[in-house]
Design a protein. Sequence first.
Length: 237
Amino acid sequence: MSTFWLSSRLLGPFLRTFFHRLYTTLAWAYDFVAWASSAGQWDAWRSTALRWLPAQGRILELGPGTGHLLRAMRLQGREAYGLEASPQMARLAHRRVAHGGLASPVVRGMGQAQPFPTACFDAIVSTFPSEYILDPITLSEVRRSLRPGGSLVVIAAAWPTGRAWVDRLASWLYRVTGQAILPDSAWARSLQASSFPLEVETVERPRGLVVVFHGVAPDSRGPDRWGAGSGLPDPRA
């Protein structure tokens, strides 16, 4: 019996509970945990998504968390919106993006029921999402919300590769807890086998590797469905 298999079985239930708490009652600690567990690389890993996103057009971030990427896109002048299921995370994202007078378009909702009109976005991005991204309903909603030719970018996983002791420790923790998603893992194969055509790339960063799935929306979409009001994303959290 391998150490990896045993540790995954023992730690699995604890990690699921911990991650749930980290997105809800412990949301205030999310940034510190992400920074510490990645040996300080979380922001660089998350920002890898920017290279696949258009400079112009409307962008939706699924699960913006505490709002770092959303704020970065807004600072670059991109028309970016966030869809967040966690009320605690939505409040944190709203505060971060609104800091300095930026518009804070964070909407409460789930990826499986996106409250936006059909063909509303030029790109949709999600960084380090949970299993909801594998739900066929989520990907169907992504296809509906994207304009034909729009992009989907998913930062699925990353792990440290540096030689410093802190990187080696973080890498060991990722292996022991089963958090490293390889391009040929079951999680990755499920995403690639979805109805949304996606390619996978492993991007090399100075002290880590980042697994990115990206693809272009086909012309065929689901039935039209409009959100409330004007049909544009509601800028209120």
